[in-house]
Design a protein around this ligand. Structure first.
Ligand SMILES: Cc1ncc(COP(=O)(O)O)c(C=O)c1O
Length: 458
């Protein structure tokens, strides 16, 4: 496209005016490259994909080319893009009352808390709303420290808990290392049989040894100094590391033995992604039916239509702040637009059976389909997951399990995008994480595209 702007004329103040772009990628791309600073990236090499609109499980670019969203954006678009009932609820709330200070009461906020507690179950009493997942974890850790009078938080090396001061240090991946300014954090390896740290050869061995390792670390750290064990319901960004049966019950038992609180981070695994409302409620993951003391959530609670997260508290944790001041708060805690989107989202997901649908798609389509792909493409070393929450662990050699290099992931992403599939990639993996509402036909189209892309790169 030819620019009609005078030379040196800034695009900054032209929002809403009709103008040509400086590149053939369009104004959205140009403005982004000129002025938007992106997360977790060296900025110069970025080449962002422009999304102009979306509906259900599809997004489209400015040319109107459609893509299946197998990323769910950041694994949060559980109800699908632009669901009319959620959009209408936000619009109605915006017209009626778009902001209420956190100290006031508001019906929509109360309804949102009640909806979340109804899904969490009778073991929980209250919800503290935050702006997203990181500050949910930040506040859950704060509550655990205040309730126990202890200091340390034990979390997994293979984990992500958010970008803020403490949450990023509770995180186990590379993002912790340049940000290590919070204190009182201890890490352990969780169970992951495919890349076992415990020389385990069976899932039972892996589970038992991971729990033994955790307990020994707690003992040598001084059990009296440990406030909480913080783990993801299913570690997501780390590779969809579905915990073996018995692991969650083992965590609960260790926590109880030493007076430690158990925090489950359900930011990614919650609200339908695993095929149950919360990962800890999934019968395959928690046949014993244990419950945590604190649960953190964000993402799928309203599919990110408005930024929000929160902490779900047991009655004991909630009551600890009946007489004592809780030293934490946020201007946007329980923001009405977020609350309205939560109410509409949970009601709609319930009415439309979205969580049951995600479970069925996982069992009948994605699980079998991805395992079939692994049989055809030796690069797929392991298929892990459940519901609409899957990872393909890609290797150069199935015997050594050597992770594929970044160049292979780059090539795969290119093949996928060129065929109309928007992927989610992390390290040596492709995560297959479409919206919970993905239709069977869309899921099969996605599988066929994956097949072609592996064949092209293989
Ligand atoms: C398990 C988990 N916890 C916490 C977070 C942080 O959430 P947010 O980015 O909303 O702060 C994420 C984000 O991906 C996550 O996956």
């Amino acid at each position: 496209m030819v620019s009609t702007r005078p030379a040196g004329f800034s695009t900054r103040f032209l929002k809403g005016t009709i103008m040509s772009s400086t590149t053939d990628r369009g104004r959205a791309y140009d403005l982004d490259r000129a002025h938007v600073f992106h997360s977790w990236s060296a900025q110069a090499a970025l080449d962002p994909f422009v999304i102009a609109g979306a509906s259900g499980s599809e997004v489209w670019d400015e040319a109107g080319t459609r893509y299946l969203d197998f990323s769910s954006q950041l694994v949060n678009m559980n109800i699908g893009h632009t669901h009319p009932k959620v959009v209408a609820a936000i619009q109605a709330q915006a017209a009626e009352l778009p902001m209420v200070a956190p100290a006031h009461a508001n019906l929509t906020r109360g309804e949102a808390a009640a909806r979340i507690l109804a899904k969490a179950g009778p073991a929980f009493a209250k919800v503290f709303f935050t702006n997203g997942g990181a500050d949910a974890n930040e506040n859950a850790m704060r509550m655990a420290r205040l309730v126990t009078g202890r200091d340390k938080i034990v979390s997994h090396y293979r984990s992500y808990h958010g970008n803020t001061g403490g949450a990023v240090v509770a995180t186990g991946d590379w993002r912790r290392v340049p940000n290590e300014y919070a204190r009182g954090h201890v890490h352990v390896f969780g169970p992951f049989l495919y890349r076992s740290e415990f020389w385990a050869t069976t899932v039972e061995e892996e589970c038992e040894r991971a729990l033994h390792h955790l307990e020994r670390v707690i003992q040598v750290e001084g059990a009296d100094s440990v406030a909480a064990i913080l783990v993801e319901g299913v570690p997501g960004t780390a590779g969809v590391l579905v915990p073996p049966p018995g692991y969650l019950a083992g965590l609960r038992a260790i926590a109880d033995r030493y007076g430690i609180l158990l925090i489950l981070d359900e930011v990614m695994s919650g609200f339908g992604r695993t095929g149950s409302w919360f990962a800890w409620q999934h019968p395959d993951l928690n046949p014993e039916g244990i419950v945590p003391d604190l649960v953190t959530f964000a993402k799928g609670v309203n599919s990110g239509y408005v930024p929000v997260g929160g902490v779900i508290m047991s009655p004991t944790v909630a009551a600890a702040f009946d007489e004592r001041v809780f030293p934490g708060g946020l201007t946007y805690s329980g923001h009405p637009l977020a609350a309205a989107s939560i109410v509409a989202s949970i009601d709609t997901m319930t009415e439309e059976g979205v969580v049951e649908h995600a479970d069925r798609i996982g069992r009948e389509v994605l699980g079998p389909g991805l395992r079939e792909l692994a049989e055809r493409h030796p690069m797929i070393g392991e298929v892990r997951g459940l519901g609409v929450f899957w990872a393909l662990d890609l290797v150069t050699d199935p015997d050594t399990r050597e992770p594929v290099p970044a160049s292979t992931i780059g090539a795969l992403k290119k093949e996928l995008v060129s065929r109309g599939y928007l992927p989610f990639a992390a390290d040596n993996r492709i995560h297959v994480v479409p919206p919970c509402v993905i239709t069977e036909d869309e899921a099969r189209r996605g599988l066929a595209i994956l097949d072609e892309a592996f064949a092209a790169v293989g």
